[in-house]
Design a protein around this ligand. Structure first.
Ligand code: SF4
Length: 273
């Protein structure tokens, strides 16, 4: 495999328990080093090693399928594309989804930051998924810079227009799926921006909103293990970690109630689990 020294490490990990989806098998289309068009201050991967919006092939489809077949995929409730960065940066995401669908009918979820959805090829690549969970933490560019620290040239308008185009493509496809979920990480920087976020949610009209707050510490260095480090695995991280500020249960409940009132949307929250 070119440019990627992690051939012996599997591109498939878990299943890990996810509050959103039960037992989730992770597919890592990126692997080493961590690569994303964001560099979120709360990212479980730590400081992103390669911040870019350029798509390319990171891990060959053949390796991913071999890793998948030898994984414990039969034990998973859902197959989740997440891993060591932004999965839509991998140009083979559509091909991998289609090949996995030939092996199993288990639902496929994609966790994405939506920075690439202005590209029609990227939208077409993800349309066969069952759930697309889109990160939206910031209602303005100042907060986007403070929390998500995007690659140069990415701004909130671009992200929102990509999400709207994706929504139109989903409606046009008439499959009733993928379901569009907006996932928002509440932090000290955005916890007082509920009204502004509600306004955006009312424009997007997703099928569901997932409220989150950082539950894993921020690692001080990069190790591929961080992509799925939950529970006991999290203790194997070699680097020092920094705990992040989370919301109190009361703050989370207040935000959930306010958002439900302002949007009338289906809302799920990490604090219920
Ligand atoms: S979008 Fe996801 S992978 Fe990328 S920096 Fe943010 S949390 Fe990490």
């Amino acid at each position: 495999m070119q440019n990627n020294p992690t051939t012996s490490i599997s591109s498939v990990y878990g299943p890990v328990n996810s509050w959103r989806a039960g037992s989730s098998l992770g597919i890592d289309l990126i692997m080493d080093p961590s690569t994303c068009s964001f560099n979120c201050t709360y990212c479980q991967l730590g400081f992103i090693q390669r911040i870019t919006k350029e798509r390319k092939s990171f891990v060959p489809t053949k390796k991913i399928l071999e890793d998948f077949k030898t994984s414990e995929w039969k034990d998973a409730d859902v197959i989740t594309f997440s891993g060591s960065g932004e999965p839509t940066l991998a140009i083979n995401i559509g091909e991998v989804i289609s090949e996995i669908k030939k092996i199993t009918k288990k639902p496929i979820a994609i966790l994405t930051n939506a920075t690439l959805f202005n590209d029609p090829q990227v939208r077409s690549d993800v349309l066969d998924a069952d759930l697309i969970s889109v990160k939206l933490d910031a209602p303005d560019d100042k907060t986007l810079q403070a929390i998500n620290r995007p690659a140069e040239g990415i701004n909130l308008n671009l992200i929102l227009s990509g999400i709207q185009k994706l929504k139109k493509d989903i409606v046009k496809a008439c499959h009733g799926k993928p379901l569009l979920q907006i996932q928002t990480m509440f932090m000290p920087q955005n916890k007082n921006q509920v009204k502004e976020l509600a306004k955006l949610l009312n424009e997007i009209k997703p099928d569901e909103v997932a409220l989150n707050t950082p539950t894993r510490p921020y690692p001080g260095g990069w190790d591929i293990i961080t992509r799925g480090a939950h529970g006991e695995d999290a203790k194997k991280i070699k680097f020092s970690t920094k705990p992040l500020k989370t919301l109190t249960h009361e703050e989370a409940k207040d935000i959930e109630n306010e958002l439900r009132e302002l949007t009338k949307l289906e809302i799920v929250s990490v604090y219920k689990h």
